[in-house]
Design a protein. Structure first.
Length: 108
């Protein structure tokens, strides 16, 4: 008999395939990435190069009206890498990170 795994997520997850800008350090250097999904507490995205579990990470994304139920909103987040899966699609790394702080950015 197969064991049923219980869902541990407490926040609704939104599957979004949108571009995101990722910063790995405090310098202004950022790299493009592809978002897989996002929730109020975390994010999963695809990176081209490896990153270590526990590393700090920053990212900026634009949440579309389907999520915000109003207009698009740009959000800058800081967090920490929880998990890295190198067997992701197209040779990219699937990176799951917790969101520790966020700030809504003004419209440009």
């Amino acid at each position: 008999m197969a064991e049923v795994q219980q869902e541990k997520r407490s926040a609704r997850r939104f599957a979004l395939r949108i571009p995101v800008s990722v910063a790995r350090d405090e310098k202004d250097h950022s790299e493009p990435a592809q978002l897989r999904d996002v929730s109020a507490r975390g994010i999963c995205l695809y990176l081209d190069s490896p990153i270590e579990q526990g590393s700090p990470i920053g990212f900026t994304l634009t949440l579309p009206p389907e999520i915000t139920l109003t207009e698009s909103i740009r959000v800058q987040c800081k967090g920490r890498v929880l998990r890295v899966d190198s067997a992701a699609e197209n040779g990219k790394m699937a990176v799951a990170a917790i969101i520790e702080e966020y700030e809504f950015l003004p419209e440009s």
